[in-house]
Design a protein around this ligand. Structure first.
Ligand SMILES: [Zn+2]
Length: 233
């Protein structure tokens, strides 16, 4: 059977990293040799970590990493390679994805990618865009994540001081539960259905106070919010 390039995509918290480690486990149990790669892991280190507490060592993919070189170096050491698992693949560059496609087609390595499809602006991430163009298999993962209203959670909202922000730079913020230092805006992410992403309603647990609602509708304040988001790393 020819090797395949697969992309499993979904919003945050949908269990993608857990599925990534499960696929790795299933293959290695069959005696296949794998390589785990990660782009911006939430742990900040070169590991694939999951919210259910699983973790495995992984090689971090940097902007200028040539993934083919990683594989060649491994083969030069006499280590076999049958498959790769790539977590946070939405943040890969187009070039990275093209390198993966080459590994699949010319070198017969199975590649399983996992990641977000869209950023907080609801725009495709670069790695996801190229994977949608090139992958053999596109699998939407949405088993575990729902919007507060019960609809399928589809989009990752960036929330700055309680307000959904839909523009600004794509910045990776690892699990910022409750804002940064004093004086900085509180930034967090929440998975919402499309209607609630669009309306900015965050659910009964996050009912906006009347004052905040007025601020949200004030264009001057909205601009301040997006400036704050850009400044927040
Ligand atoms: Zn909803």
């Amino acid at each position: 059977m020819p090797a395949r390039l697969a992309f499993y995509y979904g919003p945050m918290d949908c269990g993608k990293s857990t599925l990534a480690l499960q696929i790795d486990h299933n293959h290695s149990r069959q005696g296949r040799s794998g390589l785990l790669l990660v782009r911006y892991d939430r742990s900040g280190g070169a590991r694939i970590t999951t919210r259910v507490g699983l973790s495995r060592e992984a090689v971090e993919v940097e902007d200028d990493t040539d993934i083919r070189q990683l594989v060649r170096a491994r083969w030069a050491r006499g280590e076999p390679l049958d498959y790769m698992v790539v977590d946070e693949a939405g943040f890969l560059t187009s070039e990275h994805v093209e390198q993966l496609a080459e590994l699949v087609d010319d070198w017969h390595v199975d590649v399983y990618c996992f990641g977000l499809a869209t950023d907080f602006r609801s725009r495709l991430l670069p790695g996801a865009a190229r994977l949608f163009e090139l992958a053999d298999d596109l699998i939407r993962v949405h088993v575990e994540v729902l919007c507060w209203c019960g609809r399928f959670g589809q989009l990752n909202a960036r929330i700055v001081d309680g307000v959904v922000v839909r523009e600004g730079a794509t910045v990776v913020v690892a699990d910022t539960a409750n804002g940064g230092a004093a004086g900085e805006p509180a930034v967090r992410y929440q998975v919402l259905c499309r209607p609630h992403y669009r309306s900015g309603q965050l659910g009964p647990g996050e009912m906006v106070a009347p004052g905040q609602l007025r601020l949200q509708l004030d264009p001057e304040h909205a601009r301040d919010q997006s400036r704050g988001a850009r400044a927040t790393k």
